[in-house]
Structures are given as structure tokens and as C-alpha cells.
Design a protein around this ligand. Structure first.
Ligand SMILES: NC(=O)C1=CN([C@@H]2O[C@H](COP(=O)(O)OP(=O)(O)OC[C@H]3O[C@@H](n4cnc5c(N)ncnc54)[C@H](O)[C@@H]3O)[C@@H](O)[C@H]2O)C=CC1
Ligand SMILES: CC(=O)C(=O)O
Ligand SMILES: [Mg+2]
Length: 572
């Protein structure tokens, strides 16, 4: 069902907008609306004379006005709602404001504020965006997608969540639609993926969040989360529907629970063009930061021992990519040798091979019980982080546990006692879930820790040095990956493409100066994304996975990037 308001070729970033609507309808659609920036002639042609204030302005003037309004809004959630309102009124204005102030506004439309917006979804709801699919009405799935109004060749991206593991705040039911919307806003702001070639989707399979189930206001299905065969059938129907309706789209999985995330990726990655952001996007960004950190330590990658605290979707994804890198670079000669460098910890402590609860994707990281015989531990059935630090002396500590404050002073001081430059990444989001703050990590290690976080943190001043904190967030990877895939029309997303993304990012870092960040800063997000996109597109071509191998990659990626400027208008 194409739009009745306008026509536009969205396959490049610069197509003219042919407006069919007239009168108020022009201004209620965020694609056609440009408010006071309509010229006198455009106002006449589109039938909106007298419906906007007299003075004709321009985009810069409008950005200034909405930015002033933004600054006057005092709470972070209020700012989120203000920006969402601008997005609903005027698409170009929203993205111009966002791209011009990306460092300031990313923490509002993304982590940490988006966590609050998701929790408050059923209370703050005003205007729906995206596609809501209920497990209780699978027969409505096709119509729901068709009602969104995009043709088969008009979709580059579908971002989907079932909301079971939203950031570190757990099951958020239907409110998870906001994470899909937020990720898509980042795709557009960071990589210029066309905002109208994307579909955010929430799979409403119920929720186990009793607070939501008992709230009068909750807007999702009011029952516990459906699991098992019925869930798998619904997911299969979803994947097949996306494949049939939008054959060129990349399917991005976001914030699924640990039991499903790796399983779904393994099931579908050979069948469709798909990737899991928490597993693969996070792994790529963290690998880039680790390689930068390892360079600074002056040691080789295989001189390090890695402790993953919270070895679920993201944690094991990170471990897998480091393992692959150890094998590819010859740092480890065998898989066994590579695995021996990892210590994976979950809610029940260190993974040990006699723990029945370990899932198949976690099991390779389990330690043999016999190998721990000489460890000094208080409870062999629950080997804690402190036990691992004391007995294994890891030099890299990754936090993806959702356990705010878990990297305590005692733990960090112990690491600093045997390691000159420990690499410590508290990656859990939002900010309240971070395993430690950079200020504490740097203070407890006299500035020796090499730190990256998941959510943004202010720089830390210590002993005359300013430490800029790298934000190791998958936002440095997924936008460029999506752009590279869309431009090269990749048919699958291979491990090689993820590694290429990580290497491209790593190539942009220079972390030798004391206090320098281990990753490019968010202000460079657009350059980072374009660089990642070129690398991904080239790797897809090398592996024979690109239907449109790029002949002039930089130019073609640049041309594909949508820019937040008002396009030429034609009234038709
Ligand atoms: N920086 C970034 O770009 C990203 C950060 N994350 C963050 O990582 C965290 C985890 O996300 P996922 O891996 O998707 O979740 P997940 O639920 O799959 O994994 C969390 C793991 O932590 C373990 N865990 C929970 N409490 C623990 C405790 N007290 N001690 C030890 N282990 C514990 C769980 O057993 C589970 O294996 C979230 O806070 C999320 O925001 C996730 C993806 C990207
Ligand atoms: C950044 C992200 O994907 C997460 O925290 O889940
Ligand atoms: Mg996520």
C-alpha cells in the first residue's frame, strides 16, 4: 500500500519528493512536512497558504528553535519525548538536529535515556511508530507489514526485538518497540541509511514482567511470555514473512533473551541476510577496543587472559570473536589453546563442565572441573569473580552482566597488583548497570586501567591527565554494517564481514597518548560508519556474497548516504 501523500525514489539519498497531498495532510506527514520552511510558492501549490505563520524560515532557523526548546526541557525523559515529537512532525528537521548534535543527543535517543523511555512506554505513549505483531494473532502478520506501506524493494532493514533482554533492564514487553525505533534512528543519523527504508518491529509474545502485567496502563498482550514450540513457530512465520515481503532486507535481531539470541542467529544466519547486534555488533566494537588496548599494553594478544563476567549473549559473542582473532592471527594455534585463555562467569559463577544449566553456545567456555583442583575457592559450586581473579589472574576483564557495581574496589585493586595495564570494560547498559565507573577504575589503578564503557561517561581528570572514555557501544558498528550490506546488496552476513567491520574500526584508533580513548569518539560516528560500510561491502564482494559488488566503493557508499536536507519538491 504505497503512500497516498507522496512519491519518492528512496534508493539513493537525494531523490526529489513528489507531493500528492494537499492542505493539512501535507503538514501531518513528517516526510512531506517542513513547517515554516515551505516557500511562498510551495505554500500556494500545496494548498497550505494561511495554515503556517507568515514568515518563511529555513532549516537552520528551525534547528535553532527546536534546539532551544530541547535545552529548556530539564529532564532526560522530557528531552527524549521532545525529540520523538520532532521526529513525528518533521523527519528532516529531526535528523538535522540529531546529526548536528550527535554527541549530545545520542545519550537521549539511545542509551541511557532510551531505557527509561522503554520502561515508561505504556504511560508516555502518544503516537505509534513501527509494526506490532502479536503471537495471539499470527494471521494478522502479513497485513500488519503491508499496512506499514512499503513495497518489496523499498526496505533495507528490519530491526526486531521480542523485548526479553532490553539493554540490562530485562523484560519490557511491548515497550521494546522503542529500542527498535532507537536503533533505526542511529542507523540514519550515523550512517545515512534512508529513514524510510527501515521497519521497526516488536514481537509481542507476552511478558514475564509482573509490574507490566499488573499495570492498568500496559499496552501489550496481558499474559506470561510464550515459549517453546509456539514461540518457535511464530518466529519462523515472522522470518518467512519478512523474507517473502522484503527479499532485500537485512534482519537485525535486538535484545532477545539469552535462551533465544544465539539459537535464533544460528538457525537463520545461513538462510537469510541477518545479524544479531548484541552478539556480533558488540563483539566487533569490543574487539577493536581490545586490540587498541593490547597495543598499549605492549604485550601480544596471546599474552592476555580474558575474564568475561556475564557470559550471555553479548559476553559469549565477544569471546567468540576474540577466540577467532587469536586463531586467525596465529596467537593461538589450536581451538583448545584459544579457549584456555578464557574464564566465563555467569549468575552461578565460573562456567564448569559439570553445570547442567549451561547452554550449548556457552559450553565450549566451561572449564574442566579437574583443572580447577588446585584453586583456592570458598565454594567450588560457585566460583566467584574474586576467586577467578585470585587464581587465574586475568588481564582483560569484560563486564556484560547487567550487574551494576560488580567490579568492586577490592577486585580492581587485586588485578592492578599483578597487571601493569589491565584492560577493564564495564559494558552493561544503561549507566546504572555499568559494572564500575571509569572514575573509580582509574582512581583505583592510579590511571593504569585501559577503560571502555557501554554507556557514555564524562572524561576523568586524574593527576593532571584527562582520560577520555571510549564508548564501546555497538552503535559504532551496526550503522556502517547496515549501510555496507544495503549498498552491496549482500545476501548473507558472514563472520568475515563482522571481522572486517572490527578491523576497519580498529584502524581508526590511536590510543598511545596517556588518556586517549580506545575507540573513535561519537562525534566521528558518521565517518566511522562510512569507513565500516566500505570495509563490509568489500568483504562481502571478496566472499562472493554481494549481488552488487562495488566498483567505486567510497563514491557509492557516499552517494547512498541520506542527508538531512530538504529535498526538491514537486506538487503533483
Ligand atoms: N556496550 C554494548 O554495546 C552492549 C552492551 N550490552 C549490555 O550487556 C549486558 C548483557 O546483555 P546481554 O548479553 O544481551 O544479556 P544476557 O542476559 O544474554 O547476558 C547476561 C549474562 O549475565 C549473567 N549474569 C547476570 N547476573 C550476573 C551476576 N550477578 N554475576 C555474574 N553473571 C551474571 C547472566 O547469567 C547472563 O549470562 C546488558 O546490560 C546490555 O546492556 C549488550 C549488548 C551491547
Ligand atoms: C547497546 C545494546 O545493544 C545493549 O545494551 O543491549
Ligand atoms: Mg542490545
Amino acid at each position: 500500500m504505497p503512500s497516498t501523500d507522496y512519491e519518492q525514489d528512496t534508493s539513493t539519498g537525494f531523490g526529489p519528493l513528489r507531493i500528492k497531498a494537499r492542505g493539512r495532510a501535507v503538514m501531518t506527514n513528517p516526510t512531506t512536512n517542513r513547517g515554516t520552511a515551505f516557500t511562498v510558492e510551495q505554500r500556494r501549490e500545496l494548498g497550505i497558504v494561511g495554515l503556517v505563520p507568515t514568515r518563511v524560515t529555513n532549516l537552520e532557523n528551525q534547528v535553532r528553535r527546536v534546539y532551544e526548546q530541547y535545552q529548556r526541557t530539564t529532564t532526560m525523559l522530557g528531552r527524549y519525548l521532545h525529540l520523538a515529537g520532532v521526529r513525528d512532525r518533521n523527519e528532516v528537521l529531526f535528523y538535522r538536529l540529531l546529526t548536528s548534535n550527535i554527541e549530545e543527543m545520542l545519550p537521549v535517543i539511545y542509551t541511557p535515556t532510551i531505557g527509561e523511555a522503554i520502561e515508561r512506554f505504556s504511560h508516555e505513549f502518544s503516537r505509534p511508530r513501527g509494526v506490532f505483531l502479536s503471537i495471539d494473532q499470527p494471521e494478522l502478520m502479513v497485513d500488519s507489514f503491508l499496512n506499514f506501506g512499503l513495497n518489496p524493494d523499498e526496505v533495507d532493514l528490519v530491526v526486531v526485538t521480542d523485548s526479553e533482554g532490553i539493554l540490562g533492564i530485562g523484560d519490557q514487553g511491548i515497550g521494546g518497540i522503542q529500542i527498535a525505533i532507537g536503533k533505526l534512528s542511529v542507523y540514519t543519523a550515523a550512517a545515512g541509511v534512508h529513514p524510510r527504508r527501515c521497519i521497526p518491529v516488536v514481537l509481542d509474545v507476552g511478558t514475564d514482567n509482573l509490574g507490566l502485567l499488573s499495570s492498568e496502563m500496559y499496552l501489550g498482550e496481558r499474559h506470561a511470555r510464550v515459549r517453546g514450540e509456539k514461540y518457535d513457530e511464530f518466529l519462523a512465520l515472522f522470518v518467512n514473512t519478512v523474507k517473502d515481503l522484503f527479499p532485500n532486507a537485512m534482519l537485525h535481531w535486538e535484545d532477545f533473551g539469552t535462551t533465544n539470541a544465539h539459537r535464533l542467529l544460528t538457525t537463520y544466519r545461513e538462510e537469510i541476510c541477518t545479524f544479531n547486534d548484541d552478539i556480533q555488533g558488540t563483539a566487533a566494537v569490543v574487539l577493536a577496543a581490545i586490540l587498541a588496548g593490547v597495543d598499549v599494553t605492549g604485550l601480544e594478544l596471546d599474552d592476555h587472559r580474558v575474564c568475561v563476567f556475564g557470559a550471555g549473549s553479548a559476553g559469549i559473542g565477544i569471546a567468540n570473536l576474540i577466540r577467532d582473532t587469536m586463531l586467525r592471527t596465529g596467537a593461538s594455534e589450536t581451538e583448545e589453546e584459544a579457549y584456555s585463555r578464557f574464564y566465563a562467569i555467569g549468575i552461578n559463577g565460573l562456567y564448569v563442565d559439570d553445570q547442567p544449566e549451561l547452554m550449548p553456545f556457552q559450553r565450549p567456555y566451561a572449564r574442566a572441573r579437574a583443572d580447577l583442583a588446585d584453586w583456592a575457592v570458598a565454594d567450588p559450586n560457585h566460583i566467584t569473580l574474586a576467586d577467578v581473579i585470585r587464581n587465574a589472574r586475568p588481564t582483560i576483564l569484560i563486564g556484560t552482566s547487567t550487574r551494576g557495581g560488580a567490579f568492586t574496589r577490592a577486585i580492581v585493586e587485586e588485578i592492578a597488583s599483578y597487571c601493569a595495564r589491565p584492560i577493564i570494560f564495564p559494558l552493561s547498559n544503561p549507566t546504572s548497570r555499568a559494572e564500575a565507573t571509569p572514575a573509580d577504575l582509574l582512581t583505583w589503578t592510579d590511571g593504569r586501567a585501559l577503560v571502555a564503557t557501554g554507556s557514555p561517561f564524562w572524561p576523568v581528570d586524574l593527576d593532571g591527565v584527562r582520560y577520555t572514555i571510549a564508548q564501546a557501544n555497538n552503535a559504532l558498528i551496526f550503522p556502517g554494517l547496515g549501510l555496507g550490506v544495503a549498498t552491496s546488496q549482500a545476501t548473507r552476513i558472514s563472520d568475515g564481514m563482522i571481522a572486517a567491520a572490527a578491523e576497519a574500526l580498529a584502524g581508526m584508533v590511536n590510543a598511545y597518548r596517556q588518556g586517549a580513548p580506545l575507540l573513535p569518539t561519537i562525534s566521528a560516528l558518521r565517518t566511522v560508519s562510512a569507513t565500516v560500510a566500505v570495509a563490509v561491502a568489500q568483504q562481502a564482494a571478496t566472499e562472493g556474497l554481494a549481488r552488487n559488488p562495488l566498483t567505486d566503493p567510497i563514491q557509492q557508499i557516499y552517494e547512498r548516504m541520506w542527508q538531512p536536507v530538504y529535498p526538491e519538491i514537486e506538487a503533483i
